[in-house]
Design a binder for this molecule. Sequence first.
Ligand SMILES: Cc1cc2nc3c(=O)[nH]c(=O)nc-3n(C[C@H](O)[C@H](O)[C@H](O)COP(=O)(O)OP(=O)(O)OC[C@H]3O[C@@H](n4cnc5c(N)ncnc54)[C@H](O)[C@@H]3O)c2cc1C
Length: 451
Amino acid sequence: MPKKSTPAALPPPSSGLSAKPPESGGTYYDAIILGGGAAGFFAAIRAAEENPGARILILEKARRPLGKVLISGGGRCNVTHACFDAAQLVGYYPRGAAALRGAFSRFQPADTVRWFESRGVKLKTEEDGRMFPVTDNALTITHCLENAAREAGVTLSTQVTALKVDTVSTPDAERAPRFAVVVRKAASTLTEELATRSLLFATGGDSASQALLAGLGHTIEHGVPSLFTFNIRDPRLEGLAGLSVPQAELRLLEADGEKSAIAPQRGPLLITHWGLSGPAALRTSAWGARWLHERNYRAGLSVNWLSPLTTEKALENLQNIRNNPTNSRKKPTAHPLFDLPARLWARLVLAAGIAENTNWADVSKAAIRALAEELTAGQYQISGKGQFKEEFVTCGGVRLDEVDFKTMQSKKIPGLFFAGEVLDIDGLTGGFNFQNAWTTGWLAGSALVGG
Ligand SMILES: Cc1cc2nc3c(=O)[nH]c(=O)nc-3n(C[C@H](O)[C@H](O)[C@H](O)COP(=O)(O)OP(=O)(O)OC[C@H]3O[C@@H](n4cnc5c(N)ncnc54)[C@H](O)[C@@H]3O)c2cc1C
């Protein structure tokens, strides 16, 4: 681990936000927070409110902070999810569930709702449990966070990138710095060095920042995308973009067509111009993120359009329908069953080898079975991944067993903290990723000053 002596005094970076800028000449901060995203702001506000007068600085490399919050949830910001039981909540995190269990017992969605409400932002819950500001506008959230940071006396420096972090060997005095952070303002060739006692990485999926952490001795699980849609070119789906079913089950398949070890995922499924999307596809992509990455996003997919109906149950239903004399002269393609959209139903009937003008009475036993399988275990080929525009996260980040989840402090380096997506944690779509940022940010902020 690189060590440095105490850095020389350098002027503070330009302050864009602070109502109480640090006294002139000081480059020392009680806490520096790298990254002005959801996690960084939440941590900074908590730390400043808990420690009035503490010198807390957020460094953000972009021109404006909270960029992802602003574009989140299609511009509405899906702040959290109405799931208030910690044990249940962790089930929405393909990576990080065990570590978050205790963290959620300290700060969970009910606390998020209270936090925003106490600052004048009311949240509403949609039918599927997603929570948004009642204004349906992400600006409500960014304004709230920016105002709270300003009022608490947090200093924000934008267009400033942390390029280098060194640990500093100092006597263990109370305010002695433990880190030297080299920063550069955008469009400038000059660098500055800042000193701090506590350093929080809230840098999201930024790979250069992860390299800094690796340099300090932390292990980084390599990042791969999560929450994406599936590209599938298949005649059964062609021309059906926009059709959806309320409950499908998807299962990833190995190259030989065998079921993979990734648990099947259920939920609404949407046919798109490129393949499949909707919660069932996104959940499958999240749980299978690494598995799919290893296979270069080429894999088999089994689709049960009738979930939770099994193949045998569907077969039984179809046989009853065929054997019912009132149906004998009806054409299967023309009479959709199981509440499936008519055009999808007709496509699946044809795919089962039942011609358009066939009557139910003439459908063979083999064709009935083929249809039951087409409806409940149709096989498709994923040929790549698409983009889910409303939410996107990376799985990977700082290894969780190197972090104390009571304080979000590094187990390797005293004074080093983590919050948000920089950790190897990611959730399903629905507000879970922000909840991770709020919870870990709040915990880090609680311990940052004096930690
Ligand atoms: C389009 C989109 C929509 C989304 N919608 C939702 C949603 O509705 N609900 C939900 O729960 N989740 C959503 N997410 C996921 C959510 O936005 C992230 O999980 C969350 O923003 C992570 O917060 P963070 O603070 O950890 O990281 P980030 O928001 O990524 O913030 C990290 C910040 O650090 C800065 N930074 C990085 N390195 C440095 C450095 N060296 N020096 C200075 N600054 C640095 C970056 O510029 C960035 O601003 C969405 C994501 C996307 C991309």
